[in-house]
Design a protein around this ligand. Structure first.
Ligand SMILES: [Zn+2]
Length: 191
C-alpha cells in the first residue's frame, strides 16, 4: 500500500495517539521508521494522505477492520477491542508492549483469556485489574461498568435496565473505556 506520511509535531502524551481508538492510525504509526517513532512524545498526529484520512475513525474505517478472531486458548470467537479499552483495564499498562495488530476480547466464561492479539498473544484475568463480569458467576459481578450495576441490581429491579437504556440513548455511557469488552453492556443484561 502506498502511503504518504505526514507527521505533525508538538508536545503530547504518546498514549493519546496510540489509544486514539483507530487501529488504522495505529498501524500507520507503527510503519514509521524507528528514528521517527522514538521521540513519540513529539508527535501529535500521523495521517495518511490524501483521501483515507477522512475515512479514518469513521464507521467506514471501523467496518473495514477484521471484527472477529478466534481465541487461541478456547477457540471461541472474540470481537475486536481498541487499544484504548485494553490500556484502561490492564494492571500494569506501562509494562505492556502493544503490537501493531488487532486485539480481541474473549467473553467465554470458561476461558482465562481476556484479550488476545492476532499473533496469538494473550492477556489473562490475572493481568487485568477489572473484574470481568461475563466470566464470573457471582451475582455481585459487574454488569454495567458505566453506572456501577451488578447482576443482582439488574435482577432485583427492572427499572435499572431502563435507566441504562435511557442513559445510553443520551450518550452518557462510557463503554469503550469503562467496560473491559469495550462494548455496550446492554447485551449482557438478564432477559
Ligand atoms: Zn478465550
Amino acid at each position: 500500500m502506498h502511503t504518504n506520511i505526514q507527521v505533525i509535531s508538538a508536545t503530547v502524551y504518546p498514549m493519546a495517539l496510540l489509544t486514539a481508538g483507530c487501529r488504522h492510525a495505529q498501524q500507520v504509526f507503527f510503519q514509521l521508521p524507528a528514528h521517527i517513532r522514538q521521540p513519540v512524545n513529539a508527535i501529535v498526529g500521523v495521517f495518511e494522505e490524501p483521501s483515507e484520512m477522512s475515512d479514518c475513525c469513521s464507521s467506514s474505517c471501523e467496518a473495514s477492520a477484521p471484527r472477529k478472531h478466534t481465541c487461541p486458548v478456547n477457540g471461541a470467537e472474540g470481537v475486536e477491542v481498541s487499544l484504548r479499552t485494553i490500556f484502561h483495564h490492564l494492571k500494569a499498562p506501562w509494562a505492556w508492549a502493544a503490537q501493531p495488530q488487532a486485539y480481541y476480547f474473549c467473553s467465554d466464561p470458561g476461558c482465562d483469556v481476556v484479550y488476545f492479539g492476532e499473533d496469538g498473544s494473550t492477556l489473562s484475568k490475572a493481568e487485568v485489574r477489572t473484574t470481568i463480569g461475563v466470566k464470573e458467576s457471582s451475582l455481585d459481578a459487574p454488569l454495567c461498568y458505566c453506572f456501577g450495576v451488578s447482576k443482582s441490581d439488574a435482577l432485583s429491579d427492572s427499572s435499572v435496565k431502563a435507566f441504562v437504556v435511557q442513559k445510553t440513548k443520551e450518550g452518557l455511557c462510557s463503554c469503550e473505556t469503562s467496560n473491559p469488552s469495550g462494548r455496550c453492556c446492554l447485551k449482557d443484561f438478564p432477559r
